[in-house]
Design a protein around this ligand. Structure first.
Ligand code: NAD
Ligand code: GLY
Length: 357
């Protein structure tokens, strides 16, 4: 078992990474918890519900279940309210602990519910997708979507612990593995050139879920994310680099309608566009942008952006939390491992968009 630590003003907590962690979840439930509420979705409950029930029975505490419908389109007020209905219906008190069992959608909604319920109750992240294990479960960003913008309603709220069992990835569809790998390779691009090279040489092993390769990728990704969020929990500076490719990616996701492209697919394609923009604006070598495109392709994510229509790209990208005023700010690379946030005029961005809109 590996441990990585996150140290933020909002909380200090461990990330435990190890095969079989799902069966030892009781160890992470605080002794003074009055009850436990597992928030999950119908798919994950079907696959891992029995194991998690058995594991949590060892706490001797009452364990409640909240099952949400599966999908990004359900990351909404309605789902949040379903959680509150269940918690209030079961009269859960302030010493209850929530457990987010699922991918990034469940983790983000459950975390937000924990931040709001009775003005804040403790929660654990138990991520079951690769994307959630390497990114969304760490760092305390919680949110739901709004029809006008992704993750626009939320809070920074840190979990008590993150429990990662890489074995659960065995049931994840190949497309979801590729989407998660997009966030893995992102860390190499923004913060660790050696890790980027390692990803280039292990792309096929990662797609095939080679156990050692996946564990290394999860661990290194968590280390890099913990390093970033421990310095800048609330994204007043450094943390923005984690959004490399996301300005374009979020536009793809909301432009096509949530749920059509997976978040990681949109980010993968967005990183290709961000690398092209970096060649034009921040002096990134053309050869590095080509390697980024090749690696996004190698992990199985799309590299060709959809045509969202003239003007629409910019309308969508203007609804982004990184922006100040009406100027759109992009995370750009000057080299592998060197990222920064920069406002760029629309005219300089147009040539990298499909059809040069
Ligand atoms: P997801 O939560 O929709 O999960 C993807 C699919 O995999 C779902 O159908 C889910 O039911 C299924 N699934 C989950 N675990 C499984 C398993 N072990 N076996 C089989 N199927 C399984 O998507 P995601 O990619 O995990 O997360 C995307 C979400 O994360 C987006 O909403 C995005 O905005 C958010 N996100 C948040 C942060 C953050 O810092 N909070 C960072 C990145 C992404
Ligand atoms: N996934 C971006 C962040 O956590 O800041």
């Amino acid at each position: 078992m590996h441990s990585v630590h996150v140290d933020t003003p909002g909380g200090h907590y461990p990330i435990h990474i190890g095969r079989g962690r799902l069966d030892t979840l009781a160890d992470s439930i605080p002794a003074d918890a009055t009850s436990v509420a597992v928030v999950t979705n119908t798919t994950v409950a079907g696959l891992y519900g029995d194991r998690v029930r058995a594991a949590l029975a060892a706490t001797g505490k009452a364990v409640h279940w909240v099952e949400l419908p599966d999908g990004e389109q359900y990351k909404t007020w309605d789902s949040l309210n379903r959680i509150f209905d269940a918690l209030l219906g079961a009269a859960l008190d302030r010493k209850s602990v929530l457990v987010a069992l699922g991918g990034g959608v469940v983790g983000d909604i459950c975390g937000f519910a924990a931040a709001c319920y009775m003005r804040g109750v403790r929660f654990l992240q138990v991520p079951t997708t690769l994307l959630a294990q390497v990114d969304s479960s760490v760092g305390g960003k919680t949110a739901i979507n709004h029809p006008l913008g992704k993750n626009m309603i939320g809070a920074f709220y840190q979990p008590q612990a993150v429990e990662i069992d890489p074995q659960v990835l065995a049931t994840l569809p190949a497309r979801e593995i590729s989407a998660g790998l997009a966030e893995v390779i992102k860390y190499g691009m923004i913060a660790d050139a050696d890790f980027f090279v390692w990803c280039e040489t292990h792309a096929q092993a990662l797609r095939a879920l080679d156990a050692d390769a996946i564990e290394h990728a999860v661990r290194r990704s968590c280390e890099l994310k913990a390093w970033v969020v421990s310095q800048d929990e609330r994204e007043s500076g450094l943390r923005a680099i984690l959004n490399f490719g996301h300005t374009f990616g979020h536009a793809i996701e909301s432009g096509l309608g949530y749920g059509h492209w997976l978040h990681g697919e949109a980010v993968g394609c967005g990183m290709v566009l961000a690398a092209e923009l970096s060649v034009r604006v921040s002096g990134l070598d053309r050869a590095v942008a080509d390697r980024i495109r090749a690696l996004v392709e190698a992990i199985g994510c799309p590299t060709q952006a959809p045509d969202l229509g003239a003007g629409r790209w910019f309308d969508l990208m203007r609804v982004d939390k990184k922006n100040e005023g009406h100027r759109i700010r992009y995370v750009l690379l000057s080299e592998l491992g060197g990222a920064r946030l920069q406002a760029v005029d629309d005219d300089r961005v147009r040539p990298v968009l499909p059809g040069g809109v």
